[in-house]
Design a binder for this molecule. Structure first.
Ligand SMILES: Cc1cc2nc3c(=O)[nH]c(=O)nc-3n(C[C@H](O)[C@H](O)[C@H](O)COP(=O)(O)OP(=O)(O)OC[C@H]3O[C@@H](n4cnc5c(N)ncnc54)[C@H](O)[C@@H]3O)c2cc1C
Length: 264
């Protein structure tokens, strides 16, 4: 992420500069997860100062070559997990750390499929936890009135439908990526780009839906912080999924791809 560019990862404002066999890069990054603790920060940048915003490379900024000056805090609804404050990044080192492949290829073949499958997997974990709590709540209600199906059981059945959609989406995406992981042409196809982008958008939308449904099933027990059925963390974390690289941005990108896609 870069200042003024937001989540449009296929656009950079900063550019790599060269002095002989050394590179330098300055990037104003509003969010770098674990930046303070990383041995390497992978930063996107324009290939050179003359390059267009979408002509990007990936720079593997080594800790020894890196100065990170904190420009912000990470104070996000109590979500501390990813330690992601903003930094002004200055890096200068051997030009070999500017990766030879274009970022466009790295993004299509590695970054997007890997990130979207892994994020989907992490979000499925949040969904699993929310569903477990909803099930516990309904089963508890059922035990109180033996022989009578509690009204919330129907809501639980509906929740399981959505949960299955998310499970199938994530596992299918993982299988698909595995099946073409060594096939550069298939990974670079427009159809796959649309598909893997849809995985991110679908998984985050379904997660938010699942947690909302689970909260309604658990009722006040889900709303209370002092209850074992509390839903607050799942609610907070589920909404992060649609924000980290905004779904709107991804759909915008897919809108452009769909204009030229000849499949289906
Ligand atoms: C938990 C977490 C961890 C993160 N870790 C990292 C990290 O390690 N490294 C990193 O670089 N980033 C990280 N990010 C940042 C994240 O990936 C996004 O890039 C960032 O949240 C987007 O910032 P934004 O919402 O200000 O920007 P925008 O992408 O600009 O989105 C803001 C709003 O504007 C809308 N919008 C603006 N312009 C357009 C457009 N052209 N088309 C469609 N919609 C548009 C979006 O839909 C959205 O509603 C993290 C974010 C989170 C939540």
């Amino acid at each position: 992420t870069e200042i003024n560019i937001g989540g449009d990862v296929r656009t950079s404002s900063c550019a790599v500069e060269y002095d002989g066999d050394r590179y330098s890069l300055t990037k104003n990054a509003p969010v770098i997860s674990y930046g303070e603790y990383s041995d390497v920060v992978l930063a996107t940048a324009r290939r050179s100062v003359e390059s267009a915003p979408s002509d990007q490379v990936l720079v593997a900024c080594q800790r020894a070559d890196l100065t990170l000056t904190k420009t912000g805090t990470w104070d996000t609804m109590g979500f501390r997990g990813t330690c992601s404050p903003g930094f002004m990044l200055h890096a200068s080192g051997d030009a070999q750390w500017v990766l030879a492949d274009s970022y466009g290829d790295i993004s299509a073949r590695t970054m997007l499929p890997t990130a979207h499958v892994l994020w989907g997997g992490a979000w499925l974990g949040i969904a699993d936890a929310a569903v477990r709590k909803a099930r516990k709540s309904v089963q508890k209600a059922a035990r109180k009135t033996p022989g009578v199906t509690p009204p919330a059981a129907a809501r639980l059945a509906e929740l399981l439908v959505v949960h299955q959609q998310l499970t199938d989406t994530v596992f299918r995406a993982g299988e698909k990526f595995d099946s073409i992981a060594d096939d550069a042409e298939a990974l670079g196809a427009i159809g796959f780009a649309l598909q893997i982008n849809n995985v991110k958008v679908t998984a985050s939308d379904l997660l938010i839906d699942i947690v909302g449904r689970a909260l309604l099933i658990c009722g006040i027990a889900g709303y209370r912080e002092d209850s074992e059925l509390r839903m607050s963390r799942h609610l907070r974390d589920s909404h992060g999924s649609a924000i980290m690289v905004s779904n709107e941005r991804i759909l915008n990108h897919n809108a452009q791809l769909s204009l030229v896609y000849k499949g289906l």
